[in-house]
Design a binder for this molecule. Structure first.
Ligand code: SAH
Ligand code: SF4
Ligand code: F3S
Length: 473
């Protein structure tokens, strides 16, 4: 029902996707001719859950072209990298790994090398791949992902290299999706409008746009039917969901509507931005019995000066008030966060403010990053960049303090029985891994038949990164 959207031009519906499905069929024939047998694809996905979810659509399209999947580069006829640009480290790895495919291609010239995703959406990166990586046959950006079959057709039929980072924000519906694993990813919106000064995401993902609730709910139903017991709703800032709709419909409405679907499953979501976490959403979190009691609420820094310079648009006080409010409403909520250390100009005092904030909040887990300058973002041009050694020193200090906090936080689970979704075998023989509602890793003895089942686990030994326990009666 595209009528909900104020901007219908960004909505790509069934008829346009059916054109892409025609290309899939044509590609299937060309691929059979090219390889003489059913082709195999290796898809490597970097970055966040949004990228994993994109990757599952790309794999769905590959499947429609007759591809089987493999894990080993040598077995592959096509290698596709879905890339991430969030930190320099991620990009360096990708340059290295794509570079290494030169020999892979040289050994068998008919092989295909493709790169897509956030990193290559940057025009200087696309240029670099074009010029210095001649073994890359196909490169496409985040806005034309739904056109992958058409772009590949050009490579296959003309033998030419294809590079396309054109386009504006799109919402492409009805793309076949190849889901694997226990975790069900469900994008609710794309893009970001926040322009935190360190962040590349708004530049490579475009402006915020929300999928229609009908499309999301239909996909959730499909996932439940497929047997998914955990659905994670994805967006860079889910609090902005629905802002482009004519009829008011918020993320809280969406949570309630998905909560009302029948089936034994839990709902998670990420990420909410502290600047606009509403009471309405906190209420929905508290009311909906299927929504896990976990809130990922990235704070980034505990210093007002740095928060301002990051353009996060909230203060330390506002954040701490939110935490109080959420805990009051949902006492057993587990809170997690992202922190950047070594943002330009971060003094010892600013860093100390971050340390005191994490002590005050008591997160169950923290994702910590050393600031990485991203070309084209305001922070990359700021003076007073922090030396790499100092950033890594702060990272070490932060992580070791958080380790103690997590250990302390996790003690409250000793002797408690938690409902855990079993994800798979753990490294320890005979043991399984899963996650509690609070999204904490749980390890217990059990056999593989329990994977993708909810299991009640009594916690016997809570550690900082994992709760060890045993299956309860
Ligand atoms: N939209 C989400 C975050 C997406 S990126 C949010 O606003 O919370 C995930 C995390 O990567 C961010 O929360 C931030 O902590 C980190 N990050 C983003 N850009 C970074 C950079 N340039 N250097 C280091 N860490 C960065
Ligand atoms: Fe990046 Fe900020 Fe948008 Fe998150 S909210 S994706 S950190 S710009
Ligand atoms: Fe995600 Fe990396 Fe893109 S974190 S949105 S894949 S830049």
């Amino acid at each position: 029902m595209a009528s909900l959207q104020k901007q219908n031009n960004i909505h790509i519906d069934e008829s346009l996707i059916s054109r892409q499905m025609e290309f899939c069929k044509m590609n299937a024939e060309l691929l059979l001719q090219r390889f003489g047998t059913r082709p195999k694809a290796l898809v490597k996905i970097y970055g966040c859950q949004q990228n994993i979810s994109d990757g599952q659509r790309i794999e769905g399209l590959l499947e429609a072209m007759g591809f089987d999947f493999c894990d080993n580069t040598e077995d592959a006829d096509l290698v596709l990298f879905d890339t991430c640009a969030v930190r320099g480290h991620a990009e360096d790895r990708i340059y290295g790994n794509v570079g290494a495919l030169k020999a892979f291609k040289a050994r068998r010239k008919n092989r295909i090398v493709a790169v897509c995703g956030c990193m290559v959406q940057q025009s200087f990166v696309a240029e670099k791949f074009k010029k210095s990586y001649p073994h890359v046959d196909l490169l496409f950006g985040t806005h034309v992902q739904h056109k992958f079959p058409e772009l590949l057709y050009e490579v296959l039929s003309k033998g030419s290299r294809v590079f396309d980072i054109s386009g504006q924000g799109t919402i492409a519906e009805h793309i076949p999706t190849r889901r694997t694993g226990v975790k069900g990813w469900l994008p609710v919106m794309y893009g970001c409008n926040n322009f935190c000064t360190y962040c590349i995401v708004p530049y490579v993902r475009g402006r915020e746009r929300s999928r229609n609730p009908e499309d999301i709910i239909a996909e959730a139903k499909e996932m439940i039917k497929e047997g998914y017991r955990e659905i994670t709703l994805l967006g860079q800032n889910v609090n902005s969901y629905g802002k482009n709709f004519e009829k008011p419909y918020s993320f809280a409405n969406l949570l309630r509507d998905i909560n009302a679907l029948s089936g034994d499953f839990i709902i998670r979501f990420m990420t909410s931005h502290p600047k606009d976490l509403t009471d309405e959403l906190i209420d929905a979190l508290a009311d909906c019995e299927k929504v896990a009691h976990h809130l990922h609420l990235p704070v980034q820094s505990g210093s007002d000066r740095i928060l301002k310079s990051m353009n996060r648009v909230y203060t330390r006080e506002h954040y701490l008030d939110l935490v109080k409010k959420v805990r009051k409403r949902i006492p057993d909520i587990s809170l997690t966060s992202d922190i950047i250390v070594g943002f330009p100009g971060e003094s010892e005092q600013d860093f100390a403010d971050t340390l005191s904030l994490i002590e005050e909040v008591g997160y169950s887990a923290l994702f910590t990053f050393a600031y990485s300058p991203r070309e084209g973002t305001p922070a990359a041009k700021m003076e007073d960049q922090i030396p790499a050694e100092e950033k890594s020193r702060r990272l070490t200090v932060l992580s070791s303090i958080q380790e103690k906090i997590s250990e302390q936080q996790n003690k409250k689970y000793l002797g408690k029985t938690l409902r855990v979704l079993c994800e798979g075998p753990s490294k320890k023989e005979g043991y399984l891994n899963g996650r509690s509602g609070g999204n904490i890793s749980v390890e217990f003895a059990g056999d593989a038949t329990l994977v993708n089942e909810f299991v009640n686990v009594k916690i016997t030994e809570p550690l900082s990164f994992v709760l060890k326990g045993e299956i309860a009666e």
